[in-house]
Design a protein around this ligand. Structure first.
Ligand SMILES: [Ca+2]
Ligand SMILES: [Ca+2]
Length: 368
């Protein structure tokens, strides 16, 4: 019953969502264009770091001018969903200049897997460069294929490094404690494993695992109360927004509110209550990518809301949270696949479109 209501609700929302900028409560100003941009983060000085999937890390000013920081990531493999991925700052970046970068890394025999590196970012007025580049985490095992790397990164307020690791379109590794695919990992900021992780006693890659049973998690964000949320692409529908709780199993590929693309049914979440169910889900898919939980004042009434980009749905989706529950509140049709979202220092909202020529756009409330 609830699923039927949600389908109706989603359909109604999609019907309401308008691609007419006149109907948006914000003005969207294009700032620059990129070659398959994938992620971005703001620096304390108001400039941005932007990644392009083919392998360039760029320093970008708010006026759109840019320079290359780094374009020689070791063993980077570009293709399919893989290439250069996320970029985030260490919570003490002002003191240590550390940045964390994820990318798809080639292995032997055509295999590949996500890797996370950290490096020191040396900045001057016009440019930046990386020093002391070091890979601190890798997907295990490397596998064939070019999909579902995941590799989103987020830091908790207490300084732990969380990485979302996709199941590489191999399904069962999401439930295998000898693989770190299909998991969310919790590490120290140098890549070592905290002794108080839920599966630390098992050793090996199991010790890295915070939660399991994920598919392709492309959004990872902490809310103001310290809760960790992730979103992930479902198979044929069933995209999920999850509250990420220590040691929980989110059930993929055993359960999903979507089904396999070849038509085989995957039992829905409500058939297996031992698995953590999503707090919100989408049938039909929105194809979520990019995720912030807004903490600014510029968009009145949006503080504490989630903002999610939509690829297939070509949308910006606003989420309202109430403690441990969540629901889609609004959806704006942007007319382009939205890959990434960030909040600017002044509370403006910045979007990256997906693909070649993907634009960086600055969103600010419409002046009345
Ligand atoms: Ca980001
Ligand atoms: Ca299902």
């Amino acid at each position: 019953m609830s699923r039927i209501l949600l389908v109706l609700f989603s359909t109604a929302l999609a019907a309401c969502a308008s691609a007419d900028p006149e109907s948006w409560p914000f003005d969207a100003t294009p700032v620059a264009g990129f070659d398959e941009p994938w992620a971005m983060t703001f620096l304390p000085d108001g400039r941005l770091l932007v990644t392009e999937k083919p392998g360039r890390l760029l320093l970008v000013s708010q006026d759109g001018s840019s320079s290359v920081v780094h374009d020689a990531f070791p063993e980077l493999v570009y293709g399919g969903q893989g290439g250069l991925g996320d970029v985030v700052l260490h919570p003490d970046f002002a003191g240590n200049q550390l940045v964390y970068i994820s990318y798809a890394e080639a292995g032997d025999g055509g295999l590949a897997g996500a890797a996370v590196a950290r490096a020191s970012l040396r900045l001057d007025d016009a440019s930046g460069r990386l020093e002391d580049f070091e890979v601190i985490w890798r997907q295990v095992p490397k596998v064939t294929g070019r999909g579902h790397y995941g590799h989103r990164i987020a830091f908790s307020a207490d300084g732990y490094l969380f990485i979302s690791s996709g199941e590489r379109q191999k399904f069962d590794p999401a439930q295998d404690m000898q693989a770190n695919l299909g998991k969310i990992l919790r590490l120290n900021d140098d890549g070592t494993v905290p002794a108080d992780n839920p599966f630390a006693a098992q050793g090996g890659v199991a010790a890295q695992i915070w939660t399991l049973g994920h598919r392709n998690p492309l959004g990872l964000a902490f809310d103001g109360g310290g809760r960790l949320w992730n979103h992930e692409m479902g198979p044929q529908h069933g995209d999920e927004l999850n509250l990420v709780v220590r040691g929980e199993n989110y059930g993929y590929p055993i359960v999903s509110n979507g089904d396999h693309y070849d038509g085989r049914v995957i039992p829905d979440h409500d058939t297996r209550p031992e698995f953590a169910a999503p707090k919100a889900y989408w049938v039909p898919s929105i194809a979520p990518a990019g995720f912030i939980i807004y903490s600014g004042d510029l968009f009145r009434g949006w503080k504490g809301n989630g903002l999610i980009g939509g690829l297939v749905s070509q949308s910006l989706v606003r989420i309202e949270f109430d403690g441990n529950s969540a629901r889609e509140a609004e959806r704006y049709s942007m007319g382009k696949r939205i890959r990434e979202i960030e909040q600017g220092p002044d509370g403006s909202i910045w979007l990256l479109e997906d693909g070649k020529g993907g634009r960086l756009q600055r969103l600010a409330p419409k002046s009345m």
